[in-house]
Design a protein around this ligand. Structure first.
Ligand code: HEC
Ligand code: HEC
Ligand code: HEC
Ligand code: HEC
Length: 146
């Protein structure tokens, strides 16, 4: 009886020490993916997602257990949370009368790939600026791509 108690206590002590040792530096995601601080720094997450305490697997689900070998998640990765392209278009409906919504433009409607503008680990861009440099860069039509 006594040894069992000691064992349990030792177990708790070990787990507690492990949390103290690694709790702040290494992130272990359910599913045994270990993300060390250098990797975290190499793939910074945008503030609008970081403040929600996202981890890598929120966007790189089912891509194996080596974080450095993750691949671009593509539209499905984003739409697993942001619903669908029509839903996103509706959220910027106030831009529709002049047809310059990035999510529902005069040319493409709600069909573009997210990564034509949004990046996660590097600054986003705005594909429309390829032709409408003045309107986009001077933010006449829309804000900078978050
Ligand atoms: C696990 C869920 C989840 C995934 C996956 C996800 N997002 Fe988000 N994202 C959110 C939530 C929640 C917010 C904050 C609330 C909101 O604005 O909808 C947000 C915010 C954003 C914002 C900022 C909104 C603003 O008001 O500035 C952008 C841009 C964005 N996400 C784009 C993307 C893109 C592009 C992808 C794919 C690479 C993606 N998100 C993947 C949940 C997610
Ligand atoms: C043509 C460029 C472009 C494409 C393609 C694009 N976005 Fe955006 N997105 C923007 C810009 C610019 C804004 C900021 C608009 C503003 O508020 O003026 C924005 C805003 C957002 C927001 C915040 C506004 C909101 O609805 O809450 C989210 C979330 C978002 N985008 C997600 C996505 C996702 C997911 C995709 C792919 C399905 C996508 N975007 C495709 C340029 C783009
Ligand atoms: C909100 C969604 C999101 C989260 C969270 C996220 N990523 Fe990404 N990841 C992306 C997108 C989108 C790309 C495509 C390139 C870009 O946008 O920067 C990408 C690309 C990558 C790539 C491929 C880079 C290349 O050039 O081929 C790696 C590796 C990666 N991410 C690792 C990570 C790691 C590690 C984490 C956790 C610390 C993480 N990602 C968290 C969305 C995300
Ligand atoms: C490959 C070049 C190209 C790209 C990329 C492009 N456009 Fe255009 N756009 C044009 C041309 C050409 C016209 C017609 C001539 C004009 O009016 O400038 C036009 C016209 C427009 C107009 C109506 C006329 C005006 O200038 O007021 C709007 C609004 C517009 N585009 C929005 C967008 C948006 C939003 C994007 C990004 C989703 C985009 N365009 C991407 C070439 C482009």
């Amino acid at each position: 009886m006594k040894t069992k108690k000691t064992l349990i206590l030792t177990g708790f002590f070990l787990i507690f020490s492990a949390i103290l040792l690694f709790g702040n530096s290494i992130e272990t995601i359910p599913g045994q993916i270990v993300v060390n601080p250098e990797v975290k720094k190499k793939f910074p997450i945008k503030s609008h997602h970081a403040e929600l305490s996202f981890n890598c697997v929120h966007c790189h689900e089912g891509q194996g257990d080596d974080p450095e070998k993750f691949k671009t998640p593509g539209d499905e990765g984003c739409l697993s949370c942001h619903k669908d392209k029509q839903y996103l278009a509706n959220r910027l409906k106030f831009m529709d009368p002049l047809k310059f919504s990035p999510h529902n433009s005069i040319h493409d409607g709600p069909t573009l790939y997210c990564d034509e503008c949004h990046n996660e680990h590097k600054p986003s861009i705005n594909m429309c600026s390829e032709c409408h440099e003045h309107e986009i860069n001077d933010k006449l039509w829309m804000k900078a791509t978050p």
